[in-house]
Ligand binder design. Structure first.
Ligand SMILES: CC(C)(COP(=O)(O)OP(=O)(O)OC[C@H]1O[C@@H](n2cnc3c(N)ncnc32)[C@H](O)[C@@H]1OP(=O)(O)O)[C@@H](O)C(=O)NCCC(=O)NCCS
Length: 166
C-alpha cells in the first residue's frame, strides 16, 4: 500500500484534527481500501471541502496512518465514516482512538446519536455500537450508496451508539 510505513519502529501515534496538508495522504489511504471494496472512494475536492470532519492518526515520522470522519445530519443523527487504518498499523488501538476522537467532537457539538454502515460490525460492537435494522435509519442517509463499490448489492450492516455528553 503506497509508501512503506512499516520501516518506522517508533510506534507512537498522535490523533489530531486533519489539516489541508493531510489530504493527499488521506486520499491515498482511502483509495487503497476503496480498491479492495472496503469503502467509498473520496475525491480530492471532497476531502478538502469536508476536511473539518476528519481526524487523522499521525506517526512519529509525520506519516498519516489512519483517518475517520463524523458527518452531522441532524440534531440527533451523525454518521461515523471514512474509517481506515494503514495495514501496517492495524491492531494497535488506532481505529478505536480515531472513533473516540470523532465521538468527542460530536459530544462537543451536542449530537446525541451516531450510526455507521460497515462491513466490520464486530469492530464497532467492540467500541460500543449495537446492530440495528438498516431500515430503521432515515432514507436520506442512503444518498452515497450509489458510490459504494458493491452497489447495488449491500453487504454492510448498520450500527448505532449513544454519544455521551461532554
Ligand atoms: C476496521 C479497522 C479500522 C480497525 O482498525 P484497528 O486500528 O486495527 O482497530 P483497533 O486496534 O483499534 O481495534 C479495537 C478493537 O477491535 C478489534 N477489531 C479490530 N478489527 C476488527 C475486525 N475486523 N473484526 C473484529 N474485531 C476487530 C480489535 O481486536 C480490538 O479489540 P480489543 O479492544 O478487544 O483488543 C481497520 O482494520 C481497517 O482500516 N480496515 C480496513 C478499512 C475498513 O474496513 N474500514 C471500515 C469501513 S466502515
Amino acid at each position: 500500500m503506497g509508501a512503506d510505513l512499516s520501516a518506522n519502529t517508533d510506534q507512537r501515534v498522535v490523533i489530531r484534527a486533519a489539516r489541508v496538508g493531510d489530504v493527499p495522504a488521506l486520499h491515498a489511504l482511502i483509495r487503497t481500501h476503496a480498491e479492495r471494496g472496503k469503502m467509498i472512494l473520496r475525491t480530492l475536492d471532497e476531502l478538502y471541502a469536508n476536511i473539518r470532519e476528519f481526524y487523522v492518526a499521525e506517526n512519529s515520522m509525520g506519516q498519516i496512518v489512519g483517518c475517520a470522519a463524523a458527518h452531522v445530519f441532524w440534531n440527533d443523527l451523525a454518521e461515523l465514516k471514512c474509517l481506515a487504518v494503514h495495514d501496517d498499523w492495524q491492531g494497535r488501538g488506532i481505529g478505536r482512538a480515531l472513533c473516540e476522537a470523532c465521538l468527542s467532537d460530536l459530544a462537543r457539538l451536542g449530537v446525541k446519536q451516531v450510526f455507521t454502515l460497515t462491513n466490520v460490525p464486530e469492530f464497532f460492537e467492540k467500541i460500543g455500537y449495537r446492530r440495528v435494522d438498516k431500515n430503521s435509519l432515515p432514507r436520506f442517509i442512503w444518498g452515497e450508496c450509489i458510490r459504494c463499490p458493491t452497489f447495488p448489492i449491500c453487504n454492510e450492516e448498520a450500527l448505532v451508539r449513544h454519544v455521551p455528553p461532554e
